[in-house]
Every structure is written in C-alpha cells, then in structure tokens.
Design a protein around this ligand. Structure first.
Ligand SMILES: *Cc1c(COP(=O)(O)O)cnc(C)c1O
Length: 232
C-alpha cells in the first residue's frame, strides 16, 4: 500500500513536471493505471488512493477482476488487441475501448453496446511506426475509420491511441509521438471532433506529454513489474 502510494505520488509528480515543462496545465493529462496481470486486490488498493481509471488488455482476465470489484466506481478501459469474437463482452463491460483498429470491430461494438449503457467511448489505435506485427490502423487510413466511428450509433469517438516502436539505438519514440501529434491535429483541423490523445507509458510519459498526450497509460511504474505467468 505504502509502495503504491509512493508510486502514485511519483507518477503524478512526473506528469505535473512534464506538463509544466511543456507549458501545459497539469489537468490536461489524465492518468490511466494499466493493471494487466495484476490482481484485483492491487486495483482495490490503488482505487482507495484515489485512482479511478484502469486499463486492461485481456477480456477474460478483466471480467474476472471486475466481478471481484463490483460496486467500486472504476472507469474501465480496454487497451489490448481486440478480436471480433470478444467484442460483445468488451461492449458490455468496458467504458472505453482504446484499441479499435478496423471497420469490423467498430461496427460490432456499435451493434453490441447494451442499450442501458451510455455510448461506448472509442479511441482508434494507430500503428504509427508501421510495424507489421502490431495492431492499429495505418496513419493514412485513420481519418476514414474516424468518420465511420462518428457515424455509428452507441459509440462515441474520443480520440487516438498509439504504442510507438520501442526505443533503440536509432529509434526515438519521441519521433513517433511527434507524428501522432501531427496526425491528431490534422484530423481536428478536418473537423473530426476528439478530445483524447492516448500515448505515453512508464518509460516515456514525459516525451508523450511534450508532444500533446492527454492520457498516459502507466503500468510498471504504478503497480510494479508484472508477475510472470503462473506466479500469481
Ligand atoms: C502494458 C501497457 C501499457 C503500460 O506499460 P508500462 O510500460 O508497464 O507502463 C500501456 N499501454 C498499453 C497498450 C499496454 O499494453
């Protein structure tokens, strides 16, 4: 718990410092706690410290934790690759899907969002570095998918999400973030309404905030290293 509080304070301080360095108000950047592979108990503890938004990558794992955390006012974000056979469960159990990356997925989310729930918040995941193994729509196809999300009922376009290529000797993720900022700006200029640019993780949230991120998704630096499979 103490550890969690220290982690949360540190991450909040990093966000505030990055905002200040970028001449932005600290309230412009939301913090999503990425809880994949961590227990429901840890989510409960972080929630008790004031964190309200949590991101999960695997539908089945998330549903099991949600069942244990019923009654808590948590905003659930789905941020992992979404297969079409999982859209119904995602549509029924999340407040946001940040990883929408193709027509079939957004049409299914729209059709399957339960009538008694508010519209599903949707971000389009962009494969900004054109990595073949990664999900996400290519930058040049993003506008068309954004228009479709805007037209479909029961889902609401909130913005774009990206996971940049990992840093190495030649690649600086800041370059990916800069291109995401340009793409986001271009779509806004085209008249597409959005308020969310979801990018930045534990290692590089400062760089993402410098390039206009409005939501950082932090796992390791909040909750610690993810337990390896089978060691829960
Ligand atoms: C795991 C994950 C994160 C968090 O990564 P950390 O490096 O642990 O902060 C953020 N976004 C997505 C999509 C993830 O899958």
């Amino acid at each position: 718990m103490n550890n969690l509080k220290e982690n949360l304070d540190n991450v909040r301080a990093r966000i505030a410092a990055a905002c200040s360095a970028a001449g932005r108000a600290p309230g412009e950047v939301a913090l999503l706690a990425v809880s994949k592979k961590h227990t429901a108990g840890k989510i409960r503890d972080l929630h008790a410290l004031g964190q309200r938004s949590f991101g999960e990558n695997y539908v089945q794992e998330a549903l099991a934790k949600q069942a244990k955390l019923q009654g808590l006012d948590i905003e659930w974000h789905f941020i992992g690759p979404l297969q079409s056979n999982k859209t119904r469960e995602a549509a029924g159990h999340f407040d946001w899907v940040q990883s929408a990356d193709r027509e079939k997925i957004v049409r299914r989310l729209s059709a399957q969002r339960p009538a008694e729930l508010p519209a599903m918040n949707v971000c389009i995941e962009v494969n900004i570095d054109r990595e073949p193994q990664k999900s996400g729509v290519l930058p040049e196809d993003t506008a068309a998918l954004a228009h479709l999300v805007q037209e479909l009922p029961r889902i609401r376009l909130r913005g774009l999400m990206a996971i940049p290529k990992m840093a190495d000797d030649v690649h600086d993720p800041g370059d990916s973030y800069r291109r995401m900022q340009q793409l986001y700006g271009a779509l806004l200029e085209e008249g597409i309404e959005m308020d969310t640019l979801s990018m930045g993780m534990s290692a590089d949230l400062e760089s993402a905030i410098a390039h206009g991120s409005t939501m950082v998704r932090v796992g390791t630096d909040l909750l610690g290293p993810r337990p390896a499979a089978g060691t829960k």
